[in-house]
Design a protein around this ligand. Sequence first.
Ligand code: ADP
Ligand code: MG
Length: 420
Amino acid sequence: MTPPPGRPGSAAGPGERAVPAAVRAVRAFVAAYGREPTLLVRSPARVNLIGEHTDYNDGLCLPVAIDRELCIALRRTDDVPTAGDATLRLVSEQDPAPAVVGLPPPAADTPPPARATGWARYVQGVAVQLAATGELAAIGELAGAGLVPWQGALASDIPLGAGLSSSAALELAVAVACTHLAGSVPAPTELARLAQRAENTWVGAATGLLDQLACVGGIAGHALRIDCRTLTITPVPLPAGLAVVVIDTGSRRELVTSAYADRRAECERAARALAVPALRDLEALPADAASRLDPVALRRARFVIAENARVDAVAEALARGDAEAAGRLLLAGHRGIRDDFEVSGPELDAAVAAAQAAPGCFGARMTGGGFAGCAVALVDRTRLDAFTAAFEPAYSARTGREAVLHVCSAVAGTSVTALR
Ligand code: ADP
Ligand code: MG
């Protein structure tokens, strides 16, 4: 998607940040529909501290839901007979074209050419999955498969395509809006699974469950140790003096989706050759791994096995307040994902190097799917100014780019509140 002018591909700029996304969403609703919204859904971004590309290997990860959020102000439209068609209709400040989904939504096996395009795919994908689960009770004459028609306005401070999971925030916000209006309260893991199916089948991104679980399961002040096989979420308290700094390198890459699918296939190939259901089932590479795996699959497997172990080691280090140990593990994770998993990129490597060299930094790594987007650094909260002062010129000197730093707090997952 091409962002409108003046809105640099991403989060609102410094001036706009002064107006919270929740307020902008309400204002946009009034401007678009000429009446007041009744509900506000808030859905956080997430940053993964460690445990990258492990989710689809049934493994472990350690994300944090962060205080950069996507908000939808909304109102059901079957409350007044003249309000319009049976649709879900959503406008976004990021795109002049609204997302409109007719109700009932298309069948789950609708061929791709007959589906929505652009960001409407995420909205439609969620509606399709909700209708397909049959979980929602049929409500109202206009509703399709229990979906209540509504109109909404979306505002977001989550940069798009930066690896902070604006897509999961959008999916979960739409899912929570729909289920809330239908009077249904699915378990967070069910919502996450449904959103993941929407992204896998309707958007065509073969993502694991990390993004959706982190977004819906966020807990203030905590990282989330997620076991992607059992879907168990264990909160890990973040030490008070530790700042989680997200570094948006300003770089974006096309074709990440196909590279992601390649990595997924390579991991599955490695698991098959090693005769385990998933790489998660190995605590170490077998002694004869080099003869059973091609060199690429060997590198992928080596990374995933080490990365799973790092998740527990970082969780333990954070729980005992040992930021230095956690930071060392992040840097080891970066080296593994760069050299063995091969999904880093020049800007991500530059950001990690500049962060590591800056005062107060315990450790840094790329975060998200890879190639471009964001890095994450663990920084001594009392030295944030010195960190920023050293990081920014060092990163620019290496790349010719400006990075945007977000000092983040850990927040609660997707929520809905009545506006009046
Ligand atoms: P990430 O999840 O890392 O941000 P993705 O490529 O998975 O990157 O998802 C980004 C896509 O999600 C955007 O291209 C757009 O289609 C959709 N999206 C996210 N936030 C918004 C928004 N505020 N308005 C419209 N579409 C959005
Ligand atoms: Mg995404």
